[in-house]
Design a protein around this ligand. Structure first.
Ligand code: HEM
Length: 209
């Protein structure tokens, strides 16, 4: 038995096309953001290394998305990270933040140009100001997929992100990417955190314009 409907093709009627009005807890993250207080703990041959970083994230609403009866609202994002005062990319990431109102589910997809993609999920209420999402390697849903070199040398077994939305309009994240590094017994916690301040409002989704 599953909780899913028998009819997997029919779409919901009367879909509200205004994504910004239907993003649940993700509404507070829509827009263009800058974070100047990022901290990365990364793997190096001689052990963990801490690095400060600056980040720009653009999160823009997409039109409502249906899978038959399933209705998702979401933000498309691009994250660009550099070391302070540098131009060279330190970390780049694209994907979606999705909200399914019917189940109170948040989904975060991420693709990074190391040759890796992951999909994390968690539950939240529509007015939540804190939520946590998890992706686990080896799962058929909400998993992690790496290209062969990373799988061999830096196997990512878990990805976790906690988001906190603050009353002053900022938001922040703390994430833990758990790597099994070849030749090392203990899992490596590649952690990142930042606090984001808005630099521009979001652009409404195409159908809402
Ligand atoms: C703001 C977030 C992040 C930053 C700033 C960042 C930065 C970095 C840096 C600089 C390294 C390389 C260490 C070096 O070679 O000097 C690294 C390694 C790695 N990162 Fe991240 N990372 C972030 C998030 C993530 C996420 C979300 C994932 C995957 C879900 C990830 C997966 C990896 C992996 C697998 C490695 C090891 C591969 C290698 O060293 O070649 N990272 N990260």
């Amino acid at each position: 038995m599953s909780d899913f409907p028998q009819d997997i093709f029919s779409e919901p009627a009367d879909i509200d096309v205004d994504t910004l009005a239907n993003l649940g807890p993700l509404r507070a993250m829509a827009g263009v953001w800058e974070g100047r207080r990022g901290l990365d703990v990364k793997p190096k041959a001689d052990g963990p290394r801490k690095q400060a970083f600056v980040e720009r994230i653009e999160l823009q609403p997409i039109d409502p998305q249906t899978n038959g009866p399933q209705l998702l609202y979401g933000l498309r994002y691009h994250t660009h990270v550099t070391k302070p005062e540098q131009v060279k990319t330190y970390h780049d990431q694209v994907g979606y933040w999705l909200w399914e109102p019917a189940t109170g589910t948040v989904i975060h997809t991420l693709t990074i140009p190391r040759g890796q993609t992951a999909m994390a999920s968690g539950r939240a209420t529509a007015d939540a100001t804190a939520f946590e999402l998890l992706a686990t390697q080896g799962q058929e849903t909400f998993g992690i997929c790496s290209a062969p070199f990373l799988q061999h040398a830096f196997r990512t077994v878990e990805f976790r992100i906690q988001v906190t939305i603050n009353s002053d309009g900022t938001w922040g994240y703390e994430e833990d990417t758990v790597l099994m590094i070849r030749g090392q017994e203990a899992p490596f916690h590649h952690t990142d955190r930042n606090l984001l301040s808005r630099i521009a409002e979001p652009t409404p989704n195409p159908l809402a314009r």
